[in-house]
Design a binder for this molecule. Structure first.
Ligand SMILES: [Zn+2]
Ligand SMILES: [Zn+2]
Length: 559
């Protein structure tokens, strides 16, 4: 019998098929459907090949309809699909090689090929090593190629949430552990997750390890010991550690880290190592901290900063929660590049328990995102006034995401800005300006009295592109004296401000708006990632802008 195809291989094939269909400009919904199915299969614990061989119904998994189910069966039985081979035979060998690496963006890589006069992945790797890609094509291209070729399985929090849910289910349903809890960076809500660490309670750890080796049809084991093992799974690297219930709190604390936090715990009470060497019972983390003479420290704060001292003095901040958020201040609609109407966004915000939502569509210069001309924005403002007469339980605020132009001026005239309740001002162009110019550009924008909140301050896209260079200390000082605020953009691809920047702003007393920048009703749910990051920065209700009720907020925003 032929070797069973792993879930990861099936997912790669579906992804490649989606790309080939895209190059032929086929139905975008169909292309999206293939991509979604690939994502589902990559995360699945059960072996798809086995499911196919036992004639199971694949359409019970989300994103897999009858047509895609047939394609998957064909891949399992023949290793490929006729459609894929047919399309592949029509493309160049260069492109076919690139498609073997699903994280590579074919369009960008072909540009590199052309510029450097190369045609294979091996040559691409070689030029990456010599630094030529960075020199000729710039640091962003270098970062893209490096990440796509290295396959470290890094992922963002929203992807990690999905993966943790399926791994947890697999551990409980298939490995039959009595308890499974995600620890590590994930529990501390670090913005990019490189490895999962699960703590499990089980009477048979070797059996758990053996079952995990079947994960996704191929769970590769990298390390193992009596009570811990490391795997490379289709969803990423997974470490599993066994702990008994009466030592759960201690083991959870050790598995959650960070190393710097654990190190600081050595100098309190008897010290953490003493507890780890003892056989005493520590069913919860609170028991451990109490033994060290400390109060419980929320995982998001455990980075080895001042949290241990603050805990000893009972001065830990009371961290922000999603329930503290009273309104949304950054949302897009069908007027620019969003997918839902103003009314739908308002109703979704109300359903989430918010009492206001600011509509901040793009401004006139951002043509690519259908930015609103002056007259279209004026019409939108009238429309919002009309909606506010009619809607109950939610107030729609008049706003805009105003581009900060290269010279630091704002993308609408003052007499229009004056009509808005507040503004989100952002940079969407000329990212490559040097630090001095970029900083001066934003400082100048803040001098405009209609500047309220700086949107996604550094423009970073996690795992894709670094932020632009700015002197953040000067921005904070200027914001403080001018009465401007920062946004913490909750989109898991951004999380911008970073927790480090958000901490600096908080310490300087500049309030932060935790915004979703939602482009659909669903994306209003991003708020939880923003709150996670805000908690890592030690943000409290009173250091956050949109925890205020609207009447107070108006007062605070006024300059
Ligand atoms: Zn923006
Ligand atoms: Zn936006």
């Amino acid at each position: 019998m032929s070797r069973r195809v792993s879930n990861a291989e099936i997912a790669d094939k579906l992804f490649g098929l989606a790309y080939l269909l895209a190059t032929r400009k086929e139905n975008p919904f169909k292309i999206k459907a293939y991509r979604r199915a690939a994502g589902t299969i990559r995360a699945l614990g059960e072996s798809v090949a086995e499911l196919v061989h036992s004639n199971a119904d694949l359409t019970r998994y989300s994103g897999i309809g009858p047509a895609i189910s047939d394609v998957i069966r064909e891949i399992v039985k023949t290793g490929s699909t006729r459609r894929f081979q047919e399309l592949q035979s029509q493309i160049t060998p260069e492109l076919a090689g690139v498609l073997d690496f699903p994280l590579l963006d074919p369009k960008r890589v072909l540009r590199v090929y052309k510029k450097l006069k190369i045609s294979t992945i091996d040559e691409l790797k070689e030029r990456l090593e010599t630094g030529e890609i960075g020199r000729v094509m710039g640091p962003r291209m270098d970062q893209h190629v490096r990440r796509a070729l290295s396959d470290h399985g890094e992922m963002l929090l929203n992807e990690a949430d999905r993966a943790v849910a399926v791994v947890q289910e697999f551990l409980i349903e298939r490995c039959r552990v009595t308890r499974a809890e995600a620890a590590g960076d994930y529990r501390r809500r670090v913005d990019v997750i490189r490895e999962f660490h699960f703590l499990v309670e089980t009477s048979n750890f070797p059996a758990v390890v053996a079952t995990l080796e079947t994960y996704g049809g191929n769970g590769e084991i990298l390390e193992s010991s009596e009570d811990s093992a490391l795997f490379k799974l289709s969803v990423g690297r997974l470490r599993v550690t066994a702990a008994p219930g009466n030592r759960w709190g201690l083991a959870l604390l050790a598995a959650t880290g960070s190393p710097r936090h654990l190190h600081k715990l050595e100098s309190h009470g008897p010290g953490l190592s003493t507890l780890l060497q003892s056989t005493d019972r520590y069913p919860s983390e609170t028991n451990v901290y109490a033994k060290l003479g400390l109060r419980f420290i929320p995982p998001e704060l455990r980075e080895g900063g001042h949290e241990v001292d603050l805990s000893a003095r009972a001065q830990l901040p009371e961290l922000l929660t999603v329930q503290d958020i009273r309104g949304e201040l950054h949302a897009h609609t069908t007027s620019s590049d969003g997918v839902d109407t103003i009314e739908a966004m308002a109703e979704a915000a109300r359903a989430r328990g918010l009492s206001y939502i600011g509509i901040s569509d793009h401004s006139q210069s951002l043509k690519i995102a259908r930015g609103l001309s002056i007259s279209r924005l004026r019409n939108q403002l009238r429309f919002i006034e009309m909606l506010n007469e009619r809607l109950e339980g939610i107030r729609i605020l008049k706003s805009a995401e105003v581009d900060i132009l290269e010279d630091g001026s704002l993308d609408y005239p003052d007499d229009l800005l004056k009509e808005l309740d507040y503004t989100i001002c952002s940079i969407h162009s000329r990212f490559a300006l040097d630090k001095e110019k970029q900083t001066a550009r934003i400082l100048r924008a803040m001098d405009n009295r209609y500047f309220s909140i700086l949107g996604h301050a550094t423009g970073r896209l996690l795992l894709k592109r670094p932020g632009y260079e700015i002197d953040f200390d000067r921005l904070i000082e200027h914001a403080r004296t001018r009465g401007c605020f920062f946004e913490l953009n909750s989109n898991p691809h951004r999380l911008d401000l970073s927790s480090e920047h958000a901490r600096l702003a908080r310490e300087a007393g500049v309030r932060i708006a935790v915004n979703t920048d939602a482009h659909s009703t669903r994306e209003l749910g991003f708020i939880k990632y923003g709150v996670d990051n805000a908690r890592r920065a030690g943000l409290e209700k009173q250091s956050t802008l949109n925890t205020l009720a609207w009447p107070e907020l108006v007062r605070v925003l006024r300059r």
